[in-house]
Every structure is written in structure tokens, then in C-alpha cells.
Design a protein around this ligand. Structure first.
Ligand code: PRT
Ligand code: ZN
Length: 283
């Protein structure tokens, strides 16, 4: 039985649960929301504050966890990371009041900076040869300059609207983060095997999310041009249509390239283009 710790309620909770569900693992809703057991995989889910997850996994109270890299590195256990999960992407950035003079990181020499990430920020500043006064606060970091607590801040940014709304200007990216799967480093053979199975499923789900299945009809004369646009996993599947001189082509395209490729396919003569989501994609 594996114990997986996820965030109880917050930005990571829903995406963590969705990933587990898409791996085909079902579980009953927890009555007390502290833990639940899966019904079709040897997995128990613990619901915790995100800040507690790295320590619980390090100590072996949980075998696995899903947490932001920012929290993991700040907790001092980067070695627990197994793989990135591609959601909750954000950055830890330095920001100063809009009107403040700022030329380079050296403008922060001797300045007071409010943050909830003293370790990551301290390491970053040391690497840049800058000495600043760090004020560690646990929340509402963005208001620190306006209440006179600090001259600059270092906080998590995603869209940037919180900084904007508080009259702040983002000046340096200190750290880039996403949700990661973490694991205790002394798992026994049985748990390691279960972790392998879980990772195999997670990878299949993530690959599927990044790709689409595409089916289209094309005149035989346009086939070479269509094949150029659709590399597929190996190569596209081509079957003749009942109508002479036409074929049906099936392939997989990356979601990022999808709009670009479909417009080019139309331009070379493809018709009846269907695009379908992929549920799982095993390499
Ligand atoms: O209660 P618990 O301790 O479990 O949760 P929490 O309040 O500490 O964390 P939570 O749920 O806010 O965030 C969990 C994780 O989500 C973080 O550790 C990051 O890895 C990730 N994440 C992604 C973010 C954001 N995006 C984000 N935008 N975490 C926080 N923010 C906050 C940020 O602190 C700032 O206040 O959102 C604001 C900035 O957002 P924008 O869009 O205005 O730039
Ligand atoms: Zn937290």
C-alpha cells in the first residue's frame, strides 16, 4: 500500500485529484477529508497543508506527495523530486514599487525584502553577490512595501495581476515552479514497484493531454504534402476511401502545433478534419 499526500484545499488540490482519477484510480470521497483509500489500486490518499508535505514524505509518514517545487525547495528537500507534473506553473519573482529606481539586481544591495521564501531568495541573492535584509512573512507579502515593512518583495507570480494591483513591478525571476511528484528515498521493493506502476500511468495521462488524434480525408495527389505536415508517432495511418482518388489519414498531433497544422492541412486540400481527445497514450 502506497500513501500519497496531496494538498487538502488550495491551488493544487483539484489538479492533483484529477490526475489520480485520470490514472484510472477511484476512491470514495473522504468523510472527514483527512484520508481516503482507493478502491482499485493499493493507494491511500492523505490530505495535508502543502507546507507539511515535503517533511512528511522525507520522514516516511507518507511515501509520495504532490507539491509545488517552490515549497519543496524552500523546505530543503529538492532530492525528493521524482518528476514534474506540468500543472500549477508559476514563478517566484522579485518586485519593487512601480516608481522605484531599478537597474539590475545590484539595485537591491542593502535593501529590505519581504518574502515567504527566505531560503530560495537567500541562495539566489548570494549567487548574485547581493546582500539584502530579508523579512520572512507568511502571507500578504504584496502589501509589505505600501505599509512600510519592506522596500521590495519576493513572491509567487502567475498572471501578474496581484503585483499590478498593488503598484508593484516585477524585476527578476528567482525560481520557476510547477507541481512535482515527490517520493521518500527509502521505499521498499514493493512500494518501488507500485511507484513505477503509478508513474507509468501518470506519464500516459500527461502524454495524452499534450496530444490530439486527427482524422482527415485527402486527395491522393495531396498525400505527400499531408504526410509532411503529420509526422505522427511513427507515420500516419492511410486507408483508401470508397471514392476513387481519396484517402483517409489518421495521426497524432501535439496540442501546441494543432491550430497551425490544421490550417496548413486545409490549405493543401484536406477535408472533413476531425480532432479527438486521446484518453491515454502509452509510448
Ligand atoms: O493551505 P495551504 O498551506 O495548503 O496552501 P497555500 O495557501 O500555502 O498554497 P496555495 O494553495 O495558495 O498554493 C499552492 C501552490 O500553488 C503554490 O505553492 C505554488 O506552487 C502554486 N501556485 C501557482 C501559486 C500560484 N500559482 C499563485 N498565483 N501559489 C500562489 N499564488 C498566489 C501568490 O502568492 C500571489 O498572492 O497568487 C498571487 C499571484 O497571482 P497572480 O495571478 O495575481 O500573479
Ligand atoms: Zn501553504
Amino acid at each position: 500500500m502506497l500513501r500519497l499526500a496531496i494538498q487538502k484545499s488550495g491551488r493544487l488540490s483539484e489538479d492533483s485529484l484529477n490526475l489520480i482519477r485520470e490514472c484510472g484510480i477511484s476512491f470514495l470521497a473522504a468523510s472527514n477529508k483527512l484520508k481516503t483509500e482507493a478502491t482499485n489500486f493499493p493507494l491511500e490518499i492523505l490530505y495535508l497543508r502543502d507546507d507539511d508535505i515535503p517533511g512528511y514524505v522525507q520522514d516516511g509518514v507518507a511515501d509520495l506527495g504532490i507539491v509545488g517545487q517552490n515549497v519543496l525547495v524552500e523546505a530543503g528537500f529538492p532530492e525528493l523530486e521524482v518528476e514534474g507534473l506540468g500543472f500549477s506553473k508559476c514563478r517566484l519573482s522579485l518586485a519593487v514599487p512601480r516608481a522605484a529606481a531599478y537597474d539590475s539586481i545590484h539595485s537591491l544591495q542593502g535593501v529590505s525584502i519581504a518574502t515567504s521564501y527566505p531560503k530560495i531568495l537567500g541562495d539566489y541573492l548570494a549567487g548574485q553577490g547581493v546582500q539584502a535584509h530579508l523579512h520572512t512573512i507568511s502571507g500578504s507579502v504584496e502589501i509589505a512595501p505600501s505599509i512600510g515593512l519592506a522596500e521590495a518583495i519576493c513572491d509567487i507570480v502567475s498572471s501578474g495581476s496581484t503585483l499590478l494591483g498593488n503598484g508593484l513591478r516585477e524585476v527578476e525571476t528567482v525560481f520557476r515552479s510547477e507541481a512535482v511528484l515527490i517520493a521518500n528515498q527509502n521505499l521498499n521493493a514493493e512500494k518501488k514497484e507500485l511507484l513505477e506502476q503509478l508513474m507509468f500511468r501518470m506519464q500516459a495521462v500527461r502524454r495524452a493531454r499534450r496530444n490530439k488524434y486527427i482524422i482527415l480525408n485527402a486527395p491522393v495527389a495531396a498525400l505527400d504534402a499531408v504526410k509532411q505536415l503529420l509526422p505522427g508517432i511513427k507515420s500516419p495511418t492511410i486507408t483508401p476511401l470508397a471514392e476513387e482518388g481519396w484517402v483517409s489519414v489518421q495521426s497524432v498531433v501535439n496540442e501546441d502545433d494543432f491550430w497551425h497544422i490544421t490550417s496548413q492541412l486545409k490549405a493543401v486540400g484536406a477535408e472533413g478534419i476531425l480532432v479527438l481527445p486521446i484518453e491515454k497514450m502509452i509510448s
